[in-house]
Design a protein around this ligand. Structure first.
Ligand code: ANZ
Ligand code: ZN
Length: 808
């Protein structure tokens, strides 16, 4: 027997697989027999960590398995190569972002290869190459044509340390997702994608995604945050203020209005009054405070009276108009009717500023007093103080009041979304240049030639405006319309734009006349199985779905959801914490491969727990996997180094079929840990079987076949060892005989000192150990053993157990 030299074996097969083009896209695929297994492509910052290794291994298992089942397989990898980290590296280490990115890609390619993932690098996608980003620009312009892109002077989330605007999705609890700095609000000219136009369709599509985890769908639904309510009009001076409310039944209790500090009517309302300076200053201060803080329930509510009154159209009363920090401009209409008796925030505000509280809904079986209330009453109840609607149930009143408002032209049903338009402009260098030219005469004109290339050798200081603004050659152009002097847009696109359509490009990565070959996309898409971290549950997945729907509307594709099935693997933790450089608890992928081999690593990350759960790194666990493979190695050599006995074993044969069935079903459900454990059980049975016969040989061959998607190197090697000269990865996936998956049950006699005391039914082939255990557990047998000392237990498998005890 040779030694199990994993390093030698792994490098040998890496070479052979890559020469073979293991994952080369077959060119004769058709829609009915294809399988597109996709891992989120790699972000070229830093290096691969264990969490990546785990996710990519899961994708690799499905890919290898589907290939074995005879599907035409597409399983590509590429590079999400633009983005902030390259800019930051440029500032910090004075390196060229392009070079830095190339180095990272090279490093990652090596790691993929070592992990046993022979991707076809001739068909990789690199988002920072002009042949890719020219189509990102092309799509931007198509969206522009369709009015799905617009430019707006708006407050943006500004990260003072990254020096750029961030999308709402990139601000976590008021801090920059990337560098943790506190995000400020800064007014800038920004580009937006009108994703809100698709809010309803993005919601509706979720209902059809049966192959998505429920938790991801919930996160998307909450993010979109559809709210059905009513718009009501409140006259003020010669204008009207529109408010959005979900509780029109409380309108008689609206004792004041509140505008958000950003509200466009504010300046007009206070202009020339004694309140003007105070109110405008106050508004400015509130605008600068953190958005998250403004949204939080606990935050101190602050506001100021504008000096103006509006009319409550239902009561006819004059009610004061205030501004307050907790009313946001980008929700509803940016103005609310405050109902302190029934809304907690309004209640706190009214108490603080001594504004009137009027109860208009009473609980069914008790009655409240507005002077004694300690908190708002938010439930339903019986209408009171509400004119013609008194005594109605508040739920019925809600409808009646909407109808009344509609009939009088003072309100209508309305829907509001939490979803905001997607801000895509970034004041950074390392991104796709926005292909727009600004001409004083003609306005915003699409660049006439694509790609608009990112100029090389740009100085990146990390300060001031977009680095591209300082490159005269880039900025100064002739207007494509009038030929006059014009300026290029100097922002670059959010990298999430690049990743919103790459999965389509993989169908025809070298296509040169459009973003993708429509026929190839028709064949390969949608993605059959998508793997990626749950951290992308909102951003990337929502944007990719949005792009897909727009492309569908452009008649470029015939489906409107890109990912039929999604799987979001859990993280890899160490000592209960996410592995990270700053915590110093990172186990390097390369280190682990060097120490144990890629097969052991792959098995460990798949076996140590359910794939959707976080996995705690455990040195003992990885050793265990290593021992398992070494045992398999010895076992395979036992089979060839010894004469095979020409007998069979029905029990072992049945277990083989059961194992094939279980592993097949488990891979289908992405239950890799249980699949692997049933393979291990089969191996244990070969051990206790303790005979090198036909059944044992078949079992070992089956183990090699079933284990091959999980541990591709050792199984490929052992496949040769047991006498094959083709590839284990090209064998058809093992079939099982359903008849053989049931256990044959037999009766075993149990004796005590040679006398029959019990009979038990067990599966045929039950091991000696197990029979001994069952014999001693039998009540009848125990009665005869009593407290006598057991001398020995004789077992004749499938027939008899004799317990020999001291006979005093
Ligand atoms: C009056 C009222 C009375 C309200 C009551 C609630 C309870 P959802 O469900 O999240 O859609 N609101 C509306 N626009 C707002 C904005 N821009 N900033 C802050 N708050 C805003 O919540 C809708 C409710 O949130 C609306 O209904 C409004 O307060 C408030 F007993 O109007 B309500
Ligand atoms: Zn012009």
């Amino acid at each position: 027997m040779r030694k199990y030299d994993f390093a030698g074996i792994e490098s040998k097969w890496q070479k052979i697989w890559s020469e073979k083009g293991f994952y080369r896209k077959p060119d004769n695929a058709n829609e009915s027999e294809k399988f597109y297994a996709l891992d989120m492509f790699a972000y070229t910052s830093g290096s691969m960590h264990m969490g990546h290794a785990r996710t990519y291994t899961m994708g690799d298992v499905v890919a290898r398995y589907k290939k074995r089942q005879g599907y035409k397989l597409l399983h590509p990898m590429g590079w999400d190569a633009f983005g902030l980290p390259a800019d930051m590296a440029a500032v910090k280490h004075n390196v060229d972002p392009a070079e830095w990115t190339e180095q990272n890609m090279a490093k990652w390619r090596g790691q993929f290869t070592r992990l046993g993932m022979p991707f076809d690098w001739s068909e990789e996608i690199v988002t920072c190459y002009p042949e890719y980003y020219r189509w990102t620009q092309w799509l931007f312009l198509k969206f522009f044509e369709r009015d799905l892109v617009y430019r707006k002077y708006a407050y943006g989330n500004w990260c003072p340390s990254c020096n750029t605007v961030l999308a709402n999705e990139q601000v976590i609890a008021g801090k920059c997702e990337r560098c943790d700095s506190t995000v400020e609000q800064k007014p800038l000219d920004q580009w937006f994608f009108k994703i809100t136009d698709y809010a309803d369709r993005l919601l509706e599509g979720l209902d059809r995604l049966e192959g998505w985890p429920e938790k991801v769908k919930i996160m998307q639904r909450n993010w979109i945050g559809k709210s059905e309510g009513t718009k009501l009009l409140f006259p003020v001076k010669d204008k009207t203020i529109e408010v959005f409310t979900t509780r029109p039944d409380t309108v008689y209790g609206a004792t004041y209005l509140i505008l958000s500090p950003e509200h466009p009517m504010l300046k007009e309302l206070v202009r020339g009054t004694e309140y003007e300076d105070k109110v405008i200053n106050f508004a400015q201060k509130m605008i600068q405070t953190d958005r998250i803080e403004r949204e939080s329930e606990e935050a101190e509510k602050e506001g100021i009276f504008t000096g103006t009154y509006a009319i409550n159209p239902f009561t006819g009363e004059d009610i004061p108009v205030w501004i307050a920090n907790y009313v946001l401009m980008d929700y509803g209409t940016g103005a609310i009717m405050a109902v302190p008796a029934h809304d907690q925030r309004d209640f706190e505000f009214a108490r603080k500023y001594d504004l009137p509280i009027r109860l208009v809904i009473q609980p069914q079986y008790s009655s409240l007093d507005e002077n004694l209330m300690k908190e708002a009453y938010a439930e339903e109840g019986v209408m009171t103080n509400s004119g013609q609607f008194n005594d109605l149930n508040s739920t019925d009143a809600l409808d009646a009041i909407i109808k009344y408002a509609e009939s009088k032209g003072i309100g209508e049903r309305a829907v509001s979304y939490r979803l905001r338009d997607w801000c895509v402009s970034r004041q950074r260098y390392w991104g796709t240049p926005i292909p727009i030219i600004h001409c004083e005469k003609c306005g915003m004109i699409p660049a006439s030639r694509l790609p608009v290339e990112l100029p090389p050798d740009v100085e990146i200081t990390g300060m001031g405006p977009s680095p591209l603004a300082l490159v005269d050659d880039f900025v100064n152009v002739d207007c494509p319309e009038c030929g006059g002097k014009a300026r290029r847009d100097t922002d670059t696109l959010d990298t999430f734009v690049c990743s919103s359509w790459y999965f389509l490009r993989f169908a025809s990565p070298k296509h040169t006349t459009s973003p993708f070959d429509e026929k190839a996309v028709k064949t390969w898409l949608p993605v059959d199985q998508y793997f990626g971290g749950v951290e992308h549950a909102i951003l990337h997945l929502l944007y990719a779905r949005f792009f897909t729907k727009v492309l569908y509307d452009m008649n470029m594709i015939d489906f409107d959801e890109p990912f039929a099935n999604l799987f979001t693997p859990g993280m890899v933790t160490k000592d209960g914490q996410k592995m990270s450089k700053s915590k110093g608890n990172v186990v390097e992928v390369d280190e682990a491969i060097k120490q144990y081999g890629a097969d052991t690593l792959r098995l460990f990350v798949l076996f140590a727990g359910p794939p959707e759960r976080d996995l705690e790194w455990d040195d003992g666990g990885i050793e265990g996997m290593n021992r398992f493979l070494k045992r398999l190695w010895r076992m395979a050599f036992d089979m060839v180094d010894n004469e095979v006995i020409q007998t069979d074993s029905d029990a072992l044969k049945r277990q083989i079929h059961r194992t094939i069935k279980k592993v097949t079903e488990d891979i289908d459900r992405i239950h890799y840990n249980t699949a692997i454990s049933s393979i291990i059980e089969l191996m244990n049975s070969v051990y206790t079987h303790d005979k090198i016969d036909n059944a044992a040989l078949e079992a070992v061959e089956t183990i090699i076949l079933l284990l091959s998607p999980f541990a591709p190197y050792i199984t490929e090697e052992l496949w040769q060892v047991i006498g094959h000269n083709d590839s284990v990865h090209e064998q058809p996936w093992s079939d099982y005989d359903p008849e053989m998956t049931t256990e044959k049950v037999i009766t075993v006699v149990i004796q005590v000192n040679g006398k029959v005391r019990d009979r038990i039914k067990v599966p045929a082939g039950t091991s000696e150990e197990e029979l001994k255990r069952l014999a001693q557990k039998s009540d009848r047998v125990r009665r005869w053993i009593d407290d006598k000392k057991i001398q020995r237990i004789i077992v004749i498998p499938d027939k008899l157990v004799n317990v020999v005890v001291d006979n005093q």
